[in-house]
Structure formats: structure tokens, C-alpha cells
Design a protein around this ligand. Sequence first.
Ligand SMILES: *[C@@H]1O[C@H](CO)[C@@H](O)[C@H](O)[C@H]1NC(C)=O
Ligand SMILES: *[C@@H]1O[C@H](CO)[C@@H](O)[C@H](O)[C@H]1NC(C)=O
Length: 676
Amino acid sequence: MGFSAFILSLLIVISTGYPSLVTSKNGELNSLMDLKLNLDPHNRFLTSWTVSGYPCDGSFEGVACNDMGQVANISLQGKGLTGKMSPAIAGLKHLTGLYLHFNSLTGEIPKELSNLTELVDLYLNVNSFSGHIPPELGNMPALQVLQLCYNQISGSIPTELSSLKKLSVLALQSNQLTGAIPASLGDSETLIRLDLSFNHLFGSIPAKLAEAPNLQVFDVRNNTLSGNVPPGLNRLLQGFQFKNNLALCGVGFPSLRSCRDLDHTNLIEPKTDIPETANVNLNCSQTYCSKSSKSRRGYYAVGIILVSIVSTVMGFFLFSHYRRRKQKLGSSIDHFSNSVKTMNTTMVETTTQRRKNGSPLINLEYSNGWDPLADGRLSLHVFSQEAMKRYRFNLLEIETATQYFAEKNLLGKGKFSATFKGVLRDGSVVAIKSITKASCRSEEAEFANGLNLMTSLRHDNLVRFRGFCCSRGRGECFLIYDFIQNGSLLRYLDLKADDVRVLEWSARVAIVRGIAKGIEYLHTNSVNKPSLVHQNISAEKILIDHHTKKPLLADLGLHKLLTNDAVYSSLKARAAMGYLAPEYTNTGRFTEKSDIYAFGILVFQILSGKLQPGACSKRLHELIDGNLCGKYLENEAERIAEMALNCTRENPDERMSINEIVKELDSCCSCSSSAV
Ligand SMILES: *[C@@H]1O[C@H](CO)[C@@H](O)[C@H](O)[C@H]1NC(C)=O
Ligand SMILES: *[C@@H]1O[C@H](CO)[C@@H](O)[C@H](O)[C@H]1NC(C)=O
């Protein structure tokens, strides 16, 4: 007996018990070992996982198998694991539960997880995952609980998650998520708990969420949300938590103030170190561009893009709370682990508009000699030789103009850009905006097209684009614009009564009209240029000519040059300032009508003389700037205010078009029209 009987029985077990599973089991073993290699490289915590072992004989710590001898659950919460999660996890095809919370896992969440078609529970909360939520996770047919809270995940919430037909718990709190709340989550018939608190989300709360039939808990505390709270959410009672947001309003919630006419305008004071002009132009021959700067002064500006100065200031100060992740865990986990229920309802298929996510290309460098317009390359397709001559500056010219980026010439700095004042050889004064390479689109053709577009824009109410220069040596691209002496419209808002800058009525009308004309030009298709949405209209982007008070739109087409991440960071500021049209939340897209919305807000600002005309009532005299001391034409004011109201309608289809606006201004306000 003894030994030979043991061997025999072992053989029997092996050959009869699991005959067909040997290969897949080896596959699973390999996957497990690969996981271990990354999570516990020094073999300190998962000593029971060995190459020669059997995952399903009960010896592998934290591994549970189903009746078929396939790995079904991995429970390794709080095991002190570190490192990245291997994509090899996808090899565990029959996994139904993955519990890795309370560890110190880093890196991105592997998109390969989406291959786990039987996975029901995914607990990755309370780790140090970073990067974006892979949109692929939206393809997991069995997923019911997605716990990603208490990590450092950034980017926006992929609308694809709305396609999870069985999802009951979505816990994303305490991350660094930004962007809007996807309205399509409201289509989910299974969702019970939705926790988005302690992130950087902005925009309004989509009305659709109130329609999710099974929703019980919806938490959006400590974000930067604004606007009207859908009244339907009050059926959740205490289940709906919304404290510490930027500017929510609504009826039916005791702690919320009611919304006013202009509830897009909010309460944040932008710090106004706004550059006089926010534009730059780059134009270098490769030879010049790739030679390194003679002086390192100003080099600190590298890496900084001035998409929006305001965004820097506001974007992050609101959220500088750094939570003590681990401590809070206990409660959050218990909180959510109860509600795992299977619901076999099918979900209405959502129209998922892909929102702009951060570009994965952001860190890629242009392959060679980063100069999208280097001689003999793309330039031939996009630019005529003549345009090249006219718009291309070389680095030496830029350095000379700015006195080697002297501090005294620095007009402003943002997260991704810096703007310098400069004087060109012909004596003209320019504003030179430098953008770091990392913030420029990595696709050279796109970038060159963007530049080409910028050179094609010419209108009395647009800041003139003078040229560009891309320098590989400096890792920067420069955009050169006319310098506008007196800065932006911001300088004319929130003034004291005796300030000489207080604009008189006719100047205000002329400014409104000038802005409208500039937008009309942008929105109109012509032989020389396609129609273009500005996307970033705000008081900061309206420069006011010192003498004539003529308004000039700045940063036209800039979004065509920047990575989505860079564009995104300016969005947040705009949302906070109230310029972001409410439908952006649903569509994630900018249209002519979203420009019109921002224009409407601007008009209110100009009429009221205030950055935040929040308290304006329906009464005209309360809206109009008191600094005018009643010196305005009432009938004009009334029509302009009505027009602004129309522009800021919730429903984009109800807003006027820019042509209608220009017509209305021409007909209503001829008395004041000669000012500019
Ligand atoms: C896997 O975990 C789930 C949830 O805890 C449990 O219901 C299920 O029985 C587990 N499966 C196995 C095979 O242990
Ligand atoms: C939430 O917001 C409030 C108010 O802004 C702030 O006092 C609090 O510290 C924030 N909480 C966290 C954890 O950041």
C-alpha cells in the first residue's frame, strides 16, 4: 500500500478528475504567477502561490475556485500588496470577484480587465491607482459592483460605463476625476448607488439622473458642480448628498438657495493677473529653431501653458484637500458592499457621446526635429510658400523681441503656457505666447492644420495672429499676436464708481456689437475659412483696445493646437465662471450654440459691469451698472438684456443664432452705434 497506492490514486485523480482542464489550469496558474510577480515581487505576502502548486486545491491564499476547478474569486484585500496590476489578469477567464482593495497598487487600471466577461465584483478601491478609467470597462456584461474610490484616478468618467447593463454600485469618490457627470448614467435601470463625491467634477447635475428608477444613493459632495439641481432627486431624501459644491441651486431642497435668472454665474473671484494679450505666434526655420537659446532666462516658463490663467488659479485650489485615504476606508467599504444585487433588467442603450478625454499622446514627442512646418514637410500641403514666409518667425527673432524672455516682459503665466510682451524688428509690439510641446497636439498634421487655420482668420474684431515659431531646442511653440494695450474686458468689470475705466453706455453697446461681429465671422463659413466654434469665450478672452474701446476676440482656434488635456484644464475654469453651456454636460461637445450661451453671459457682465451679475433680477434698472448713474438708453438696454436672456436659454435650440443677434443689435441700438 502506502506509497504506490498514493501515487496511483493521485494519477486517478489527475486523469479522471480534471482531464480537460489541464491546459486552462496551466493558463490560470501562469496568470496568477504573473500577477504575483508584479504585486509581490519579493515573495513576502503571497508565499503560498508557487509555480508548482495547484491554485484550486485550497493552498493558494485568497484564491477560490468554482466547481469546475476554475479560479472564481481572488480576495487579497489589505495584504500590503504594491506594484502594478498585470494585464495577465485577463487570463483568469472565469473570475467572478476580484477583491484587491486596501493595498498600495499603482499605475493604471489595466484595460484588459474588460476581457473578464464573468466578473461581477471589481474592488480596486483604496489603492494608489492613477491614470484614467479605461472606457473598455463599459463592455463587461456581468459587472455589478465597480469600486474605484480612494485612488488617484484622473480624467473624466467614461460615458461607456453607462453601458454596464447590470451595474448596481459605482463608487468613484475621492479621486481626481474631472469633467461632467455623464447624463447617460441616468438611463441605468440597475444602478442603486452612485458615489462621485470628492472629485473635481464640474458642470451641472444632469436631469436624467433623477430618472434612474432604482437609484437610492447619489453623492456628489465636494465637487465644483453648479446650476440647477434636478428636483426629481429629492425623492432620494438623505440618499442625495450635495454639500460643498461651487454653485448649486434649486427648489425642493431646504439647504439650497433658489436659482436666479443667471445661475450660471458663480461666486469665484478670478485672480486677475491676466495677460494683456493672450496670443503667440511661432515661426522659425528649423535651423534657427533647433539651436538652443543663448540665454536660459525665461526658461522656467517652459512647461507652462497659458490656456487660461484663471484656470490655474481656480482649477486646483478648490480641491487641495488631500484626504486621508486609508483612514476613511472602513466606512466606505461597508457602505457599499451590501448592495450587490443581481438585477436582470436590461438597460436602455445609451447614445454615448464620447467626451474628450485626455490624450494618451500627450507625452509623445514629435518624431524628429519638432517643427511641424519644417521646410519640405507638411508645409507643402498646408502652407503656401508665401504664407510660410509671412507667418514663420525664427527663434532668434522671438528671443530678441522678448529680450530673451525677460521677466519684466512676462505678461502672464498659466499651467501650460506663458505670455511675453515683445517688440519686433519693425517696431511693432506683440504678445508672444509660448506653449510647451507637451501641451501641443502630437499629430503634426493636425497641428499644422490648426496653425494654418489661425493664419486664415482675419477680422476687425479678432486679435491679429502674426505668426509662429516652433523650437525643438526649447521644447516650445510660440504664437505671435498683436499686443493689445489695455488688457481684457476683465479690467472693466467690478469697478468703483469713480474709476476712470467705467465704460459709458455707448461704449458698452459698441463692445457687445463688436463681440457679436467677431463671433459672426467665426461661425460663418466662407471661401477663405471654415466655420469655427471659439469654445472659450469669456471676459478674459475679449481684449479691449485702449483708444477705440474696440473689442477683439483672442485665442481663436487655439484648441486646434492643444492636446485635449490642455483644452480640458481651461474648461473647468469656464464652468466655474458660468460660461459653460448646460448642454455640455450631456453632449460633451461645443457648438455654435454653446458660444452663444457664453456670449449671453458676457453681455450680462457688460450691462451690469460685474463679473458675477448673479443677483440681477428681472428689473432692468437693477441689472444695469449703477456706475452709469442712469445714463443709458432704456429701450436699448431692455432689448439687449432680453437678447442676453435668450442667448442663455437652457435649451440650445431656443437660443438665437449669431446672425439674428447681429441683426437685432443693428436694429435696436443705432443711437449708440457710432461709438466705435
Ligand atoms: C466568490 O465570491 C462571491 C462573493 O463573495 C461568493 O458569493 C461566491 O460564492 C464566491 N465563489 C466561490 C467559488 O468561492
Ligand atoms: C469639502 O469641502 C469643504 C468646503 O469647501 C471643505 O471644508 C472640506 O475640507 C472638504 N473636504 C475634503 C475632504 O476635502
